[in-house]
Design a protein around this ligand. Structure first.
Ligand SMILES: [Zn+2]
Length: 127
């Protein structure tokens, strides 16, 4: 994908073009008086999205992070376009898995993983 010449600009309906991939994203106000750029027409079930990346729509049209844990089984949420953007690196969605991978990488370097028991010299008779 080439570099886009046009700068991000406001379009009708509160949509902005992503400066990275050129796709449209919804610009939505948050409860914190800020803006978030959400993936249009995408409402996955909340429990399939990491907690800090779930945005739910409030009755006044604003959105807020849905921190309820465990999430309601049928609650839908929205996600930021940057998670779905093909031209941006994926952020760290599962930090505990990332730290586990780091810890395992250190174990590999130290080679201190427990050794499996040696296989028996001869397999016992199956009959
Ligand atoms: Zn994009």
């Amino acid at each position: 994908m080439g570099v886009l010449e046009e700068k991000p600009r406001r379009l009708g309906g509160g949509q902005l073009r992503c400066p990275y991939c050129g796709l449209l994203q919804d610009r939505v106000a948050t409860l914190e008086q800020d803006w978030v750029l959400l993936e249009p027409d995408m409402r996955p079930l909340a429990h399939t999205v990491p907690a800090e990346h779930r945005w739910i729509e409030l009755s006044d049209g604003r959105v807020t992070v849905y921190g309820v844990c465990p999430p309601d089984q049928f609650q839908r949420c929205r996600i930021e376009h940057r998670l779905a953007c093909p031209a941006q690196p994926l952020p760290d969605l599962w930090p505990w898995l990332t730290s586990l991978r780091g810890e395992n990488a250190r174990r590999v370097e130290r080679r201190d993983d427990p050794k499996p028991p040696p296989p028996p010299e001869e397999w016992p008779d199956a009959g």
